[in-house]
Design a protein around this ligand. Sequence first.
Ligand SMILES: NC(=O)c1ccc[n+]([C@@H]2O[C@H](COP(=O)([O-])OP(=O)(O)OC[C@H]3O[C@@H](n4cnc5c(N)ncnc54)[C@H](OP(=O)(O)O)[C@@H]3O)[C@@H](O)[C@H]2O)c1
Length: 295
Amino acid sequence: VALVLRERSGVEVEGPFARAERAQALTSGADVVLIATTSFLADIAPDIREALEGGSNVLTSAEEAAFPWAVDESLADELDELARAHTLTVLGAGVNPGLAFDGLVLALSGAAPNLEYVRVERVVDLSGFGSTVLSRIGVGYTPEEFAQGVERGSITGHIGFPQSMRIVAARVGKTLAAIEREIEPQFLSADAKAGGSMIAAGRSGGFIQRYRGVVDGRVWFDADFTGHIDLAAMEIEPRDEVWIQGSNPLHMTISPGFNAQRSSAAAIANSIQRVIDAPPGWLTVAELPPAAPWE
Ligand SMILES: NC(=O)c1ccc[n+]([C@@H]2O[C@H](COP(=O)([O-])OP(=O)(O)OC[C@H]3O[C@@H](n4cnc5c(N)ncnc54)[C@H](OP(=O)(O)O)[C@@H]3O)[C@@H](O)[C@H]2O)c1
């Protein structure tokens, strides 16, 4: 994100800051503080609090921050109130969540008379992620380790689908009664490289995740995510596809799909200006104009 922004005139970038520079990062009083550390609301809440108290708007890539009320309503409300009290904005942005399963669905649905059913499929090359993200999402495990990790909650798969579904549902006035999920590991048939190390054949190289959002007793939103460090071995290409069913069905394909690193960095860099211009409070991407590479 810093590299993208440093190419722009009129933007001054401080950082990136390491762990030891926490105070400098959060209390600089910059127009926007970007938090790109972990995926979890509870972990970034103290940082958000401090940045707001330091007078900065907050932008974060943490997936749970895209719709924090899906995780912890009272913490989300508390930080929303704090942002309003300081006339500042908090936004969770990125591609997934932030665009592929929510912003894009809403943009497309703008040309649909009604939205009876949504389906989004995403196929992502995971090989560019670092070791922390890879081990948390489920890459590098034996079948037994993978099953145990999912059961214990240490393996999460990709995070953010409930957030995307809640963003879309809230915007179109639907109430999700339940969100069902399943995750199916994909094991490597040959050694493959990711996160700076080799992962041996027989260990997990990725997974297929399926989320189903239920409204009025039937599936209203299907979200399918295939992530793998060696898509070529699976004989599939990265892509993003959205289907909207209703009286005017629509289907959009993004090929070769949003790149997990480059597209996410751009989506976050391009969100700086809309966060500065936004009304106060904790907002979602549904409440703001699309991100764009402004000069
Ligand atoms: N919404 C989206 O579309 C989207 C897109 C991309 C990424 N993300 C999420 O954004 C987060 C960052 O992504 P990434 O790929 O850059 O992850 P990463 O490779 O794990 O890098 C995270 C960096 O943050 C540092 N860090 C972690 N906790 C910290 C803390 N409490 N204080 C200061 N620094 C801390 C880490 O330092 P150490 O090396 O010392 O641990 C590391 O340098 C991840 O949770 C990822 O899932 C979301």
